[in-house]
Write a protein that binds this ligand. Structure first.
Ligand SMILES: [Zn+2]
Length: 138
């Protein structure tokens, strides 16, 4: 196994996608540029959800508010693409706030990545006024 296959993706080698921003997601992407991860919390039923939507997926209320996350989470599940042109790890991370999001694990040795591993938020700037919320070993 080459050194590249043992280590999580070198983020400089891949093209970071630029999100399509609409009025519903503008605040989310603007916050990423400031290093903040936002989710939505329903003011009626009290549940949190991700991805952010104006309508609560649990009770259909439109009374939702932004909630800034701590950036701490644990890996729920993951998969390592070792044979990709640039190897990478895709994962579901459950945030401290209770939601689970699909993301990438970066700057972490592939051999260390495990279910329930504690991770922390690590934004990668896409150079277009927003950043992607990825995670690294805590
Ligand atoms: Zn609700």
């Amino acid at each position: 196994m080459s050194d590249q296959e043992k280590t999580s993706v070198n983020i400089k080698e891949i093209k970071i996608p630029v999100p399509i921003i609409n009025p519903e997601t503008r605040a989310f992407w603007d916050a990423t540029a400031k290093g903040q991860l936002l989710i939505k919390k329903c003011s009626d039923c009290g549940k949190v959800h991700y991805y952010p939507r104006n309508i609560c997926p649990y009770c259909m209320s439109d009374n939702t508010a932004w909630l800034q996350c701590s950036g701490k989470g644990k890996i729920y599940s993951f998969s390592i693409m070792r044979k990709a042109k640039v190897p990478y790890c895709i994962a579901y991370v459950t945030l401290e706030e209770g939601v689970t999001m699909m993301t990438n694990i970066i700057k972490t040795n592939f051999d260390e990545i495990a279910i329930d591993m504690e991770v922390m938020l690590d934004f990668v700037d896409n150079g277009e006024g927003s950043a992607l919320p990825y995670f690294t070993k805590a």
